[in-house]
Design a protein around this ligand. Structure first.
Ligand SMILES: [Zn+2]
Length: 564
């Protein structure tokens, strides 16, 4: 009976391998009428997050028709300068939501709904939640035109499918078909001594392993000599058939002597866990080499849900005198795979190159808060902002503070405060907290001002100081000048920029009446579309007020004429 029970549990854990329940097939259609060529896959490793959808290339163009993937209604419209830019959310009767991002403009019906509300709020940035009856859509109905708005590096549509809890899922699981007959590419393999006294090839430090290609397309490595608790890490990408883009893989499995050790896949990733990407990858290696190595072991305080079967946190216990065979298999969604075989020889080493960790005066446990104050500068790091117990490198240098190194990730904001009680009011007004980047240039860190103390919250370690911005933003008309007739223009364009603290806001009026202008930060341009129909007079007095992040204001005024 007891044996039966153990067997039963064994089968059960195999059955739960497929972590996500059955998802509907053939329910969602592709959102564009062109062959799907991707510049990004689901789960792809990005800066501080896993990619939440598919990035569909639009042939280098904007203005392609975007269709609703299934029947439903527009449940959310979000327009922002950064992020997804112009984005549309469609709620479907089966509980799923589809998302379409970086749009150029929405379909005439939806665009009219949006503009009316942008004009009444007098803001380009807006978030709307229409009622189910307001904007119903059929499957395949035109909902928008593709674009490049927000944080987009080229024309494409960002497409997501979310479950009933708004957790993004891999659209390929729903039958959105992407041609792929290429194997994943492995371009880096590393061994990590983890436990006290552990070594790989007589070193306690990370070892890069040489990949030796085999005739069957797989790789092997030279035999590792190791002892104690060790783990591995892999740098791998996938290429689809129709594009050279280096996308994310779907699945990674590792086994030791034929028994599974760790298995991770990209089926569903909630936004709440996405930043833990920094815990999956060797962040220090990424910071210094711009290559993301995924660790094939998992620390106990890593809450990512991408793992399925994990034995002993994916770590191996290598014993002196024993031989092991560690195998990693990487797969894309279509099942194309790449295998790496790593022979390991358990060998106790007498002399080991010690870890090159540096100790400092400021040791902190990852699960405890840390705070320090000196020179009128205070630092507070909440618990669980760090992933590991860390010797922090903190240096107070006059009115500047260096807070550790930016090759260590922070999961939550730390707070840095500056005592400004001795600074004259007029001077104080122009000051902000800046992070000094590696080129020595200051960048604005959102600064909260109280009479005697300025604070900022930041998830980037590095050097911080107070910087003054005394120069107002600049404003330059692009397609008109003062006193001109511009009847044939379809838009009114202005360039705005700020040298130091950055643009905080802008407001444009014509003859005293608000006009909508879209801000495209990538080319510093504000654009008004005359087809909005709000400029109806012949003589028009245009006024634009632009404010930077410390409150410096520039006002630009010009007169233009239009035949109506
Ligand atoms: Zn995207």
């Amino acid at each position: 009976m007891k044996q039966f029970f153990i067997l039963f549990i064994g089968l059960f854990s195999l059955a739960t391998y497929a972590q996500v329940d059955n998802v509907p097939q053939d329910y969602f259609e592709k959102p564009l009428d062109i062959p799907l060529i991707l510049s990004g896959t689901f789960g792809e490793l990005r800066s501080n997050h896993f990619h939440a959808g598919l990035d569909i290339k639009t042939q280098g163009r904007q203005g392609l028709e975007v269709k609703s993937s299934a029947k439903g209604y527009v449940s959310r419209i979000k327009i922002q300068h950064y992020g997804y830019g112009k984005a549309l959310y469609i709620q479907h009767p089966n509980g799923y939501t589809t998302v379409y991002g970086h749009l150029q403009k929405l379909s005439p019906k939806i665009e009219a709904y949006l503009k009316e509300r942008q004009y009444s709020k007098e803001s380009y940035e807006i978030e709307l939640f229409p009622e189910p009856a307001e904007l119903p859509v059929e499957q395949g109905e035109l909902i928008a035109f593709s674009g490049n708005t927000g944080g987009s590096g080229g024309p494409h549509v960002h497409f997501e499918i979310r479950d009933g809890s708004q957790r993004p899922m891999n659209p390929e699981m729903f039958g959105i078909d992407i041609e792929d007959n290429r194997d994943p590419i492995v371009d880096g393999l590393f061994a990590y001594p983890i436990g006290e006294g552990a070594h790989v090839n007589n070193s306690a430090n990370r070892q890069k392993l040489r990949l030796i290609p085999q005739n069957d397309g797989s790789y092997t490595t030279n035999t590792l000599e190791a002892c104690g608790e060790i783990g591995f890490g892999i740098s791998t990408v996938d290429q689809k058939s129709l594009a050279p883009n280096k996308n994310g893989v779907y699945k990674i499995e590792a086994s030791l002597n034929g028994s599974p050790v760790i298995n991770l896949d990209f089926q569903r990733i909630s936004f709440g866990e996405s930043r833990y990407l920094n815990f999956l990858i060797d962040y220090e290696y990424y910071s210094n080499h711009r290559k993301r190595v995924q660790k094939l072991f998992k620390e106990s305080n890593n809450p990512l849900s991408i793992y399925n079967g994990v034995v002993n946190e994916g770590k191996l216990e290598i014993e002196d005198g024993l031989d092991y065979n560690y195998v990693v298999e990487v797969k894309d969604f279509k099942g194309n795979s790449k295998t790496i075989r790593i022979p390991i020889k358990g060998n106790f080493a007498g002399e080991i190159t010690p870890k090159d960790d540096k100790t400092t005066d400021y040791f902190t446990n990852y699960n405890e808060t840390f705070s320090i104050q000196e020179n009128g500068i205070d630092i507070y790091i909440p618990k669980n902002a760090l992933y590991y117990d860390t010797f922090l490198d903190i240096q107070f240098m006059g009115d500047t503070v260096k807070v550790h190194h930016n090759d260590v990730p922070l999961h939550k904001n730390m707070t840095i405060g500056f005592d400004v009680s001795d600074i004259p009011e007029a001077e104080k007004e122009k000051l902000f907290i800046a992070r000094i980047n590696s080129y020595g240039r200051p960048s604005y860190s959102t600064t909260y001002k109280k009479p005697t103390r300025f604070t900022t919250g930041t998830r980037t370690f590095g050097e911080y100081t107070l910087v003054a911005d005394v120069t107002p933003p600049s404003i330059r008309p692009v397609n008109f000048s003062d006193g001109q007739w511009i009847s044939s223009n379809s838009t009114l364009k202005v360039k705005i920029s700020d040298d130091l603290s950055g643009i905080q806001g802008y407001r444009a009026t014509v003859n005293g009446k608000f006009i909508l202008m879209e801000y495209e930060y990538k080319n510093n341009t504000l654009t008004h579309d005359f087809s909005d129909g709000v400029i109806t007079e012949t003589e028009n007095n245009f006024k634009l007020i632009v404010t930077d992040n410390v409150g410096n204001v520039n006002i630009y005024e010009a007169k233009f004429f239009r035949k109506n």
